[in-house]
Design a protein around this ligand. Structure first.
Ligand code: TRP
Ligand code: SF4
Length: 328
């Protein structure tokens, strides 16, 4: 009796998850897992589109990402959790969709142009990189997902997916629903340097960080940039440490920090120590679950195998319909 609406989303396994990912995408997925029929997967083939030269870390990142997901609270009972490259049907649908996707749709994709500029250290003049959205479309429509929870940056990809699905249906008959993007609110917290939290900026706090690492990293955080000395009043409204407090510290303490900072009655060093302690504590259930899964790798493998099996059943069924529609 799955009358639940099906949603699907994926992450590329580019490294361990940080708090920006947790308070952005992952928390959103976790909150949806009971209301929707959820398919979440690790897009390891998509990681290859930009990291094809060095593939040595992808498998480990994939396993680590699954552990991050499970530790943070995604449940393999509520969701289908799987790995893209284990479901070969994605590749078959990708190939078929590539036949009907006009190249200009891909060339005018804003993420394509952006990434080529931003990742200028890599040669991205490949067929696979141009075809990134076609593979993503295959990922989505092979499960007939109705909703795709993603950040604003991925909306153009969902838009191309809709266009491809529409074109397929027009040419071969109605097989695919057109999925809709479900926008994820971006995380309020920034990296230690007040830029967006990102692995490549080296300003991130990871779910897997130890309390010691958290303390050291928090100590380097930029606070209210106008506040030079402890005797200067600060402004919590512009302070990233304060944004963390709002997530991890109890309301009374948040209120007193808010007051004391403005009156120069608390210094940033002490304020950060309180935050680091609360953050560490809040992450401790995640840390414990991570330690458990690290010690039980077979269990993680089993979860992935089960998820793969569930995903494969759905994908195989869709591919039968696709082949029938195509008469091939
Ligand atoms: N492109 C997405 C990202 O970089 C990852 C992804 C691949 C994805 N396939 C997907 C997301 C399908 C949603 C649906 O974040
Ligand atoms: Fe930020 Fe706390 Fe320093 Fe105020 S005291 S500026 S809230 S770190």
């Amino acid at each position: 009796m799955t009358t639940k609406k099906r949603i699907l989303s994926g992450m590329r396994p580019t490294g361990p998850l940080h708090l920006g990912n947790l308070h952005g995408a992952l928390a959103n997925w976790i909150s949806m897992q009971e209301t929707y029929d959820c398919f979440f997967f690790i897009a390891d083939w998509h990681a290859l589109t930009s990291d094809y030269e060095n593939t040595s870390a992808i498998n480990d990142f994939t396993r680590q990402m699954m552990i991050d997901w499970l530790s943070a609270g995604l449940s393999s009972e509520n969701c289908t959790l799987f790995v893209q490259s284990h479901i070969k049907e994605h590749a078959e649908l990708f190939l078929l969709l590539s036949m009907i996707t006009p190249v200009p749709w891909l060339e005018r994709n804003p993420t394509y142009k952006d990434q080529i500029v931003q990742l200028s250290n890599k040669d991205l003049s490949t067929f696979g990189f141009l075809g990134y959205p076609v593979l993503q479309a295959a990922d989505i429509i092979i499960y007939k997902a109705q909703g795709v929870p993603v950040g604003i940056d991925q909306v153009p990809h969902v838009e191309i997916t809709r266009e491809i699905a529409r074109r397929f249906n027009f040419l071969y008959g109605n097989v695919f629903p057109e999925p809709e993007a479900i926008l994820t609110k971006t995380s309020k917290i920034l990296g230690t340097d007040r830029r967006k939290m990102s692995k490549s900026y080296q300003n991130a706090i990871y779910l897997s960080d130890s309390p010691q690492t958290i303390a050291t990293t928090v100590a380097t955080m930029i606070t209210d940039p106008q506040r030079a000395r402890k005797s200067d009043p600060g402004d919590p409204d512009v302070c990233n440490v304060f944004s963390f407090h709002q997530l991890y510290t109890n309301a009374d303490t948040v209120a007193s920090i808010n007051r004391d900072c403005r009156r120069a009655q608390i210094g940033c060093v002490d304020c950060k120590k309180i935050m680091a302690r609360n953050l560490s504590e809040a992450l401790s259930p995640i840390r414990e679950k991570r330690a458990y899964y690290e010690a039980h790798p077979k269990e993680v493998e089993l979860i992935i195998e089960n998820g793969n099996r569930k995903a494969r059943t759905v994908a195989a069924q869709t591919m039968m319909e696709v082949r029938t529609a195509l008469k091939i």
